[in-house]
Design a binder for this molecule. Structure first.
Ligand code: FCB
Length: 452
C-alpha cells in the first residue's frame, strides 16, 4: 500500500492558554470513531434501513461509502494517526456484519476486523474496541430492538464470540456506547431508529442496555479472564439557567438524574431505581468480582446544558434547554463549551467509582471552519489535567473524531474530524486542529511551544 498522504491547511493561528502541563507517563492519546460512521458498505443494520426512509436524515444523506474503512482505508487512517503522534484509537465492531442472522456469525467479517486490529498493533496504536455503537442488526430491530426480551442475552452471546475470536488483539473492550443518548434519541425521541417517541419505552430501553452491558461484561470475562471491559457514558453537565431560581434548580436536578444519575447509581450499586424500575430492584448482573461490573469507565463529554423551568415541556421534565450559547444544529445540541464541566464529571466518576481507571472516550466539536476547535481541544485537555491533579485516575483521552464521518441524523453536515474528508475523492486534509492535537500527543501535554 502506498504511503498515505495528508495535505495541510493554513497554520497561521494559534490557541491561547495558560502554562505548560504534562500528563502521567503512558497516558493514551488517541481519537475515537464508530463502525457505522466510518466503514461504509454497511447494509444489514437498523441504521441502514432508517437512512433509506425519507426525511430521516438531514439533506437525505446516507452513510454510503463513508470513509471506506471496510474497503481497506482503515489501515491507511491508522497510519495517519500514528504519523500525527497518536498512541491509541477507539473503534467499534459492527454487530450486524458479524452476526448477520441470529446465531450465524460471518467469519470473513471477523477476519477483516482482525486485519485492522493487527495493523493497529503492528504500528503501535493501542485499540479500544466497542462491541456496539448505537446500531443493531436488522433482525433484532424487527423483533423490537432493545425492547426485545432476548436483546441482552443475544448481545452477551455476540460478546462472547467477539472475545474468543478477537480477544488476543484487543487490550480494552467497551460494551455499549452512551446508553442514555440512545434511549433519549431513539425511544424517548423519534430522531433515531426505532423512533418510538415514548418516555416509558425510553426507560425500558435504558434498563435493557444496562442489563446487556452487565451480561456482556461477564461474557467477555468468561471467555478471557485477562480482558479489560468498560462502558462508555455520555455525561453532559446539566446546570440551572439561574442558580438562584428554585424551579430552575429542580428541573436541572431532575434532568441530571434521568440522564446521568440513574445510570451511575445503577452501575455503582447494582440496583435499578426510578425511572428504570417503579420500585427499587437489585441488579446482580451489574456486580463484578470486586464491585461494579466494570474495569474502567469511558466518559464522552461535549458540553453543558443550562435549563430553565418551563411548564410547557413535560416530556423534558419541565426543563427547557437554553440554546443561545450552545454548539447546535436544528435538530441536535452538544451544549455550551464548558471545559470545567469535564473536570466536574471526571471527579463525579472518581467519587462514584473509587480507584476506577477512567478514560475520556470522546471529546470534540463540529466546526467546519476549524476556528474554535483548536482552543476547544487545548482547554479540555487542561480540564482533564485538572481532574488528574484532583485525584482522578484518568488514563487516556480520545478526540471525536479522527476524520469527518456520518453523524447520524445530521448526516454529513457536521464535520467533527481532525482530518477533513473529501467524499468524492476520499482525500484527507489535516485541519489546524490536527496539528494542535499532534503537538499535545508528542509533548504528552500542553507545551510552552504550543502556547506560544
Ligand atoms: C457522540 C456519539 C458519536 C458521535 C458524537 C458526535 O454522542 O457517541 O457517535 O455522534 O457524539
Amino acid at each position: 500500500m502506498s504511503r498515505p498522504t495528508i495535505e495541510r491547511e493554513d497554520a497561521s493561528r494559534t490557541p491561547r492558554g495558560a502554562s505548560a502541563i504534562t500528563f502521567p507517563p503512558r497516558f493514551l492519546w488517541g481519537t475515537a470513531t464508530s463502525s457505522h460512521q466510518v466503514e461504509g458498505e454497511q447494509t444489514q443494520s437498523d441504521w441502514a434501513a432508517w437512512e433509506a426512509r425519507r426525511g430521516r436524515i438531514h439533506g437525505g444523506d446516507r452513510a454510503g461509502r463513508a470513509c471506506e474503512w471496510w474497503a481497506g482505508r482503515a489501515e491507511e487512517d491508522f497510519e495517519r494517526a500514528r504519523t500525527m503522534g497518536h498512541g491509541a484509537i477507539r473503534l467499534s465492531l459492527e454487530w450486524s456484519r458479524l452476526e448477520p442472522r441470529p446465531g450465524v456469525f460471518d467469519e470473513a467479517a471477523f477476519d477483516r476486523y482482525a486485519r485492522m486490529l493487527e495493523k493497529a498493533r503492528a504500528i503501535g496504536l493501542t485499540t479500544m474496541v466497542g462491541l456496539d455503537h448505537f446500531t443493531l442488526p436488522y433482525w433484532l430491530a424487527v423483533r423490537g430492538s432493545w425492547l426485545a426480551e432476548e436483546a441482552p442475552d443475544r448481545f452477551a452471546r455476540y460478546a462472547d464470540r467477539c472475545a474468543r475470536r478477537l480477544g488476543d488483539l484487543v487490550p480494552l473492550w467497551t460494551t455499549l456506547n452512551e446508553p442514555s443518548v440512545l434511549a433519549f434519541m431513539a425511544y424517548v425521541g423519534k430522531a433515531w431508529p426505532p423512533g418510538l417517541g415514548n418516555p416509558v419505552l425510553g426507560a425500558r430501553a435504558l434498563r435493557a442496555q444496562l442489563v446487556a452491558h452487565g451480561a456482556a461484561y461477564h461474557a467477555v470475562h468468561d471467555a478471557r479472564r485477562d480482558a479489560q471491559v468498560g462502558l462508555v457514558l455520555n455525561l453532559p453537565a446539566i446546570d440551572p439557567y439561574d442558580s438562584t431560581s428554585a424551579r430552575d434548580r429542580a428541573v436541572a436536578t431532575a434532568q441530571d438524574w434521568a440522564f446521568n444519575g440513574v445510570v451511575l447509581d445503577a452501575l455503582a450499586h447494582a440496583r435499578l431505581r426510578f425511572p428504570l424500575a417503579l420500585r427499587e430492584e437489585s441488579a446482580p448482573v451489574l456486580r463484578g468480582p470486586n464491585g461494579p461490573a466494570l474495569d474502567f469507565v469511558g466518559l464522552n463529554y461535549y458540553g453543558r446544558y443550562r435549563v430553565r423551568f418551563d411548564a410547557r415541556h413535560p416530556a423534558e421534565l419541565f426543563g427547557r434547554r437554553d440554546a443561545r450559547e450552545t454548539v447546535h444544529t436544528e435538530s441536535n445540541d452538544w451544549g455550551e463549551i464548558h471545559p470545567e464541566g469535564l473536570t466536574r464529571q471526571l471527579m463525579r466518576l472518581a467519587r462514584a467509582f473509587p480507584r476506577m481507571p477512567l478514560y475520556v472516550t470522546e471529546n470534540g466539536m463540529f466546526d467546519p471552519s476549524d476556528t474554535r476547535r483548536p482552543s476547544y481541544l487545548v482547554s479540555h485537555v487542561r480540564a482533564v489535567h485538572d481532574a488528574i491533579a484532583q485525584g482522578a485516575d484518568v488514563r487516556g483521552y480520545f478526540v471525536w473524531s479522527l476524520i469527518d464521518n456520518f453523524e447520524w441524523a445530521e448526516g454529513w453536515s457536521t464535520p467533527f474530524g481532525l482530518l477533513a474528508l473529501d467524499r468524492t475523492t476520499q482525500a484527507r486534509t489535516a485541519r489546524r486542529s490536527a496539528d494542535v492535537y499532534s503537538a499535545i500527543c508528542r509533548a504528552n501535554g500542553v507545551s510552552d511551544a504550543l502556547e506560544a
